[in-house]
Write a protein that binds this ligand. Sequence first.
Ligand code: SF4
Ligand code: SF4
Length: 471
Amino acid sequence: MDKDNKEVFRDSIATIDKSGKRNFIFPKKPKGKLYNYRTIVSWFLLGFLLAAPFIKIKGNQFLLFNILERKFHIFGFPFWPQDFHLLVISMLVSVVFVILFTVVFGRIFCGWVCPQTIFMEMVFRKVEYLIEGDRSKQIKLDKQEWNAEKIRKRVFKWFMFFIISFVISNVFLAYIIGSDKVLSYITDGPLEHLSTLAYLLAFTGVFYFVFAWFREQVCIIVCPYGRLQGVLLDNKSINVAYDYVRGEGTSGRKKLRKDENRDELGHGDCIDCKQCVQVCPTGIDIRNGTQLECINCTACIDACDAIMDRSGFDKGLIRYASEDNIDKKEKFKFNARLIAYSTILTILIGVLITMLFLRNDIEATILRLPGQTFQSTETTIKNVYTVKLINKTTEDLENLDLKLISHPGKIDLIGGKINLVKQGLKEGTLFIEIDKKDLNSSKEKLKVGVYSNGKLIESTTTNFTGPLIIK
Ligand code: SF4
Ligand code: SF4
């Protein structure tokens, strides 16, 4: 085959036929060492994903992304919109980490960690195998006319998919509005919270659509990470790869025949059994080389290893390997790109850790009341302010008081000292009064300290205005 013809597979994707219709994939049930490891990893990750919103640390949900009320908990630490810069830096760290990880290890994340793959391959697909059987049975069922058996199996599968999607939606909602609310809504009865039920059913519909029908199209068409692969991978990146040098030999792959000396004939170790294609959940032939559709699920490694074993060849015809490893037998080396990404990642992690440690426990904002001018007595000037205090800690703060640090003077907090519950917010009014003799200009910057039980826990600045002072 000439080079152009070899690349023909890149003109289309395996899941769309020539007329543009969806080619539904019926992958063979994977078996093997890597699949077993993957199953263990995914049970652990599924457990974490489902349990995380229900775990509490000092009363805080372990993971919470309440966009509506702008409350975020990460590993039990509460974050506020005022901590947005930390969120941006953590996102940057994650992006650089993902880039670095991909440059070195290809799309291992997709096959082993991504929730889409885990739910699809380890939950929905397993249910499908249980109800409809393995690949050949599924294909047969799909082709056959609608009869009692097909209706029974399909309806049961769809029902199970709906139930699982509904459970995932509840957990998803617990990440958004909090597990306490979700549990209370369940005990109150769904009819008491019809709008939440509507959202829940909408989420269920989306999950059902994704896992029952859209499936691998998420990875191929929707996921931006898959698309980035082309620019992130190089010849040194490790990926699930077919060793074409070994597999093709000098005369190409060929079916195994008894009494045939493959070495003499120059045929490689690939016996063209197509088991690697049949197990692929995205329907590709990995022997064509690295492709956008490959999610590095390793199912083809297990399938090919089993064939190699049975045929008396060494395992590893399909394995984790880089292009240079296959072509030039080169071992993995740190290149300039890896060093640059690693340096950036180290710096960003350092900045993030420093900022986390320097994060204030309390956020204080003191602003002059709009439209109000100063009040003047014979000896003093008085300004009126609004004050907003946010307790970002997991402890209640008592007897909060405000004192002037930069100037001698008095702060009169309306209502007296403040008690602020954990993650609470309080707003109020205060007056600041300063002796005229202690002012140098008509507009001064004041530093104000926030004290809890007499101990300084935070400071902030505000403006103070007065009459024009000529000294
Ligand atoms: S080519 Fe192999 S690793 Fe890639 S998606 Fe298909 S089975 Fe998984
Ligand atoms: S499973 Fe291995 S031997 Fe069989 S077609 Fe794929 S690469 Fe060739």
